[in-house]
Design a protein. Structure first.
Length: 243
């Protein structure tokens, strides 16, 4: 995972939540609805739902919104029928882009995502064209502000909890786990008294690619267009972007 930090994207997402709160909360509601629909409304027995709720709370989503999505999923009747769909494509310099969506209309989603790629210097690829360049991992972030713990102590806590890797910056400890161990590692760290800023399943690029300076802004526009789509839940890529 060296050289790859997810924290900067999380900070940007939190800033976007402040500016586009309604749209961001709508996406979280959809994730919570699907998790509750498939695994039941009780987060204590539905780890996927618990992760979605914690992710939403980290973005300051009100409890009323969260409970409304769970109640909607528990109501009688069919309700919405969302499908999980993954789109794969390329940005400039062959940057791999992986888009995860929840949609009730595959044709609409495919059209919108293809337009976002094509109009901003990218191209949509076939299924399997870039997914092999990413590994699924559990991800946990612990902010360092106010935390009197050095890297060696944190590393010991991570390894004892069952984590695989620790990356450290001035702002945050970033912990990567086997995705199957995410819940156990999270619970163990919380039991030690650590306050987690983020805990989720993610896709981590195996290698990073530099982007030509004259193409970076267009690539950022492409990412913004993809992330702004109502059906898109996550966008992953292996491009090195300047802050």
């Amino acid at each position: 995972m060296a050289g790859h930090s997810k924290w900067s994207k999380i900070k940007n997402s939190k800033g976007a939540a402040d500016q586009q709160r309604g749209k961001v909360f709508q996406k979280f509601s959809k994730e919570i609805y699907v998790a509750a629909k498939s695994g039941g409304p009780d987060p204590s027995s539905n780890p996927a739902l618990r992760l979605k709720i914690e992710k939403a709370k980290a973005a300051n989503m009100p409890n009323d919104n969260i409970n409304r999505a769970i109640k909607k999923a528990s109501s009688a009747g069919e309700g919405e029928n969302y499908e999980e769909v993954t789109y794969e494509g390329y940005g400039p310099n062959g940057v791999a882009v992986l888009v995860q969506a929840l949609t009730d209309n595959r044709n609409r989603s495919a059209t919108n995502i293809r337009v976002a790629f094509n109009k901003n210097g990218g191209s949509l690829g076939e299924s399997g064209s870039v997914a092999y360049m990413f590994d699924r991992k559990g991800y946990i972030a612990i902010e360092r502000e106010g935390l009197d713990v050095d890297e060696d102590t944190m590393l010991m806590s991570v390894l004892e909890a069952g984590g695989e890797e620790l990356e450290t910056s001035e702002e945050v400890f970033e912990i990567y786990t086997d995705p199957a161990d995410l819940n156990d590692v999270r619970d163990a760290l919380e039991a030690e008294g650590y306050k987690l800023a983020q805990a989720e399943s993610t896709m981590v690029p195996q290698t990073m690619i530099d982007i030509d300076a004259d193409k970076e802004e267009l690539f950022k526009v492409m990412l913004e267009k993809l992330e702004d789509d109502d059906d898109v839940q996550e966008v992953y890529h292996n491009g090195n972007l300047t802050e």
